[in-house]
Design a protein around this ligand. Structure first.
Ligand code: 5AD
Ligand code: SF4
Length: 433
């Protein structure tokens, strides 16, 4: 059948979507570019915040119209919303025919076949440990590819739905990770991004995360290694040492702080204080000078005082993050913080959001402006479509995206790019002679 896949959410979903594509093509299904052309519409969904779910519900509304007029389309919804809401989702989203959780992806072709032959809705969204790590070919032609190293999470941050939608943390065996990295490298991939909810607690068959990085580093053809997400409480000196001693591991880390006030961090069950976070950042910057640090910040957590919020702003001023994913707190059903007191109005949370966003903009303008005239080695990811003209895009080792003119044959090359101007958070440059 012809299928169209829509992906919502985080790095794990992007990775899972590649697996879904692989599973579908192995069963003889073919991808198409639009839902109009498709017989099966697949949605790989996210439930981290209410807004993320609403995005999916409104997409489903539009797809329901298409289903009415397009005749016989089948809608399958996978990912975290399937796991969180299970069969209950059919009530709110009657246009959905199949539900499959993140651990049930490999059952999708059989569920499609069952639905087609019986017309009965299908739902499988449990944490049975039939996670498929192996045997699914990587997508062809990728210069930079995510590689899953662990699934699930044991941290139970008080606001977070992930432990409920993806289950307990399970590390992928190191040889399975390496086999996928080698296969990607032999297909021309140059950069791998090792992904997991908390890569620092990886333990795959006696191999810890620093040891895994050393193994991946030995794979010929891979020139860059990135990883995400790192939990600050688990970022140790050994990992910092491996980063400092490596030519392939990029000098950049995603290290979510969430908040700068210790009372809030404690209520979030994050396991570190702001001072401990700043100490780890200082150690990292000492060992890897100029290391880029990106983060997640959440504002409007229940009980967050104005003083707490200003502490978040202080940390932002001190660290001068290279990128911030900023969120308004969103209560999630079944999480501990959904019952916390001190809930803020939308206005209070949004005004803190706007204040933090404005500060980050100012910091970035200074930071990116300072890069004009400097030259960086960008890994060319190929053509980009967002800006007019024939342009390519690439990433610097510090994970800044840069747009430049050039031939699409340069995809996969590491090029010296001199930064010429900044537009918002985007860098533009020219190839250095
Ligand atoms: N509300 C708002 N943001 C959240 N995040 C996780 N759960 C919630 C929530 N309930 C954010 C955190 C996390 C990122 C992936 O999403 O900042 O690091
Ligand atoms: Fe959620 Fe915390 Fe696990 Fe991240 S570490 S996925 S925020 S529970």
């Amino acid at each position: 059948m012809l299928y169209h896949l829509l992906t919502f959410g985080c790095q794990m979903n992007i990775y899972d979507s590649q697996k879904i594509e692989s599973i579908m093509s192995k069963s003889g299904h073919s991808p198409v570019c639009t839902p109009e052309e498709a017989e099966v519409i697949l949605l790989n969904t996210c439930s981290i915040r209410e807004k993320a779910e609403n995005k999916v519900f409104s997409k489903l509304g539009r797809l329901a119209e298409l289903k009415k007029t397009g005749g016989g389309k089948l809608i399958a919804l996978g990912g975290c919303m399937a796991s969180l809401r299970k069969e209950g989702l059919f009530r709110r989203a009657p246009m959905v025919d199949i539900l499959f959780g993140p651990d049930n992806m490999e059952r999708l072709p059989a569920m499609i076949a069952d639905f087609v032959s019986t017309g009965a809705r299908q739902a499988e969204a449990d944490f049975a440990d039939h996670t498929i790590w192996d045997g699914l070919g990587p997508i062809e032609g990728q210069v930079s590819a995510p590689v899953g190293i662990a699934k699930g999470c044991d941290n139970h941050c008080s606001y977070c739905i992930v432990p409920y939608t993806r289950g307990p943390e399970i590390s992928r065996p190191a040889d399975s990770v390496l086999a996928e990295v080698r296969s990607l490298a032999s297909g021309g991939c140059r950069e791998v991004i090792l992904v997991g909810q908390n890569v620092n607690s990886y333990k795959g068959g006696g191999v810890d995360f620093p040891a895994l990085l050393r193994l991946v580093e030995n794979v010929d053809g891979i020139v860059r290694i990135r990883f995400m997400t790192s939990h600050p409480k688990d970022l140790g000196d050994e990992l910092i040492g491996v980063m400092a001693g490596s030519k392939k591991i990029c000098p950049s880390i995603h290290l979510p702080i969430q908040a700068g006030g210790d009372a809030v961090l404690s209520a979030m069950n994050r396991g570190y204080t702001a001072e401990e976070y700043l100490d780890k950042v200082a150690r990292l910057k000492m060992a890897v000078p100029g290391a880029a640090i990106s983060t997640d910040v959440m504002v409007g957590f229940p009980g967050e005082t104005e003083d707490d919020f200003q502490k978040t702003m202080d940390v932002m001023r001190e660290v001068e993050f290279d990128a911030i994913f900023l969120f308004n707190y969103s209560p999630r059903p079944g999480t501990p913080s959904a019952n916390f007191e001190g809930v803020h109005s939308r206005e209070v949370s949004q005004s803190r959001f706007d204040e933090a966003n404005a500060l980050h903009k100012t910091i970035m303008a200074k930071k990116l402006g300072g890069m004009v005239g400097t030259t960086h080695e960008a890994l060319c990811l190929g053509p980009q479509t967002e800006f007019s003209g024939k342009k390519l895009h690439g990433r610097t080792p510090h994970n800044h995206l840069v747009v430049f003119d050039g031939d699409s044959k340069l995809k996969g090359e590491t090029l010296k790019i001199t930064i010429t101007r900044v537009l918002g958070y985007n860098l533009f440059g020219v190839m250095a002679k």
